[in-house]
Ligand binder design. Structure first.
Ligand SMILES: [Zn+2]
Ligand SMILES: [Zn+2]
Length: 352
């Protein structure tokens, strides 16, 4: 900080008296002490104020040639604020935002380019949009009040000066923020989302080094609902897929969607659920993939189609003899048990 910047920081003209300088510095300290001021940039501003004051004091003390008059020497109470934040925290801002990912992105991991804007309080004026200078207000010439004629000019009313708010001090628009009190910084950042991020996970992405305005990102992951897959509470990836009932009965191959694309799967008429190991959601962040469960729903056409009914009749008739003849088939065994039982029933009826 050079001398010109030090005077600018305190908003005073280099011609300011020592006493005035001290008053202004005390007022600024009272306003920006982080214990009393919750503004994000308060400790930063406080640090600058103290640095500037120290700089000017040292300069003036050196020029005063050791002639101490009490007013020039900083007392214990005037030491820079100890609670001021370390220099590295200056200009650091955190942008909290949500990022939508597809389920596939969460399963396989992805890289996204994030663009955004962050509006923050201007640290030069700490949100006020203007800087208070030691010079007198041009409107009221430092008196803090303006006179206004009332009742046809017979009487004069004193009103607080609107330009300086009544303190009589000249103000200038803050240049960095153009008087708005806030600045908007745009950022663009490539972020890698690891495989296995879940809905609600928060990813902290620190700002790159040497960024003039360091923006740390806090990204809350939001996983979009998937049209085919669902992720259950245990982290098991599921899919319910209707299949042609006859294709299922005859053990045909079908195409099933997986997070990596379509895959062949052979249907089995004894099974409705199929476990595809290692094709599901990662078991942990960056961990191995879990299982993927496909549940098939065999679907048949409507019953009242005569052509289909005829074909089914044919199929039943053709298969019946073969099934009944096979001793290993449950139906064949059943038929024989049924036959024995019913003939016994007949015998007992005859005995009576
Ligand atoms: Zn400003
Ligand atoms: Zn004024």
């Amino acid at each position: 900080m050079d001398t010109r910047e030090a005077y600018q920081e305190l908003g005073v003209d280099p011609s300011v008296s020592d006493a005035e300088l001290k008053t202004i510095w005390r007022r600024l300290v009272a306003a920006w002490h982080p214990d009393r001021n919750a503004t994000a940039g308060a400790s930063r501003r406080m640090q600058h104020i103290n640095k500037a004051y120290q700089h000017i004091r040292q300069l003036r003390d050196a020029h005063s040639d050791g002639a101490e008059d009490g007013g020039h020497t900083a007392t214990q109470a005037e030491q820079p604020c100890a609670s001021a934040a370390p220099e590295s925290d200056c200009h650091r801002k955190t942008h909290v935002r949500k990022v939508q990912l597809s389920l596939e992105d969460a399963i396989l991991g992805c890289t996204r380019t994030l663009r955004g804007h962050l509006k923050h309080t201007c640290h030069t004026c700490v949100g006020k949009g203007q800087r208070v200078l030691a010079q007198a207000c041009l409107t009221c010439r430092g008196s803090g009040a303006v006179r206004k004629a009332a009742l046809f000019g017979w009487l004069w009313n004193e009103e607080s000066c609107a330009d300086c708010g009544g303190d009589g001090r000249h103000r200038e628009t803050c240049a960095p923020c153009g008087g708005s009190g806030s600045l908007t910084v745009a950022y663009r950042r490539r972020v890698r989302f690891p495989a296995g991020v879940r809905d609600g996970h928060v990813l902290s992405v620190p700002a790159p080094r040497h960024d003039e305005m360091a923006i740390d990102l806090e990204l809350e992951v939001k996983i979009e609902p998937h049209p085919l897959f669902t992720l259950d509470g245990n982290g098991l990836l599921r899919c319910e897929m209707p299949v042609n009932g006859y294709a299922w009965m005859s053990g045909r191959w079908v195409e099933v969607p997986t997070p990596n694309g379509m895959q062949h799967m052979r249907l089995n008429r004894n099974a409705l659920a199929y476990r595809l190991s290692g094709q599901g959601f990662p078991t942990s962040l960056r961990g191995p993939r879990g299982d993927y469960l496909v549940k098939v729903v065999p679907t048949f056409p409507d019953q009242d189609d005569p052509a289909q009914e005829a074909l089914l009749e044919q199929l039943i008739a053709k298969s019946s003899d073969a099934i009944q003849a096979d001793r290993t088939q449950p139906l064949g065994q059943w038929q024989r048990r049924l036959k024995r039982w019913s003939s016994k029933q007949k015998e007992s009826t005859l005995d009576e």
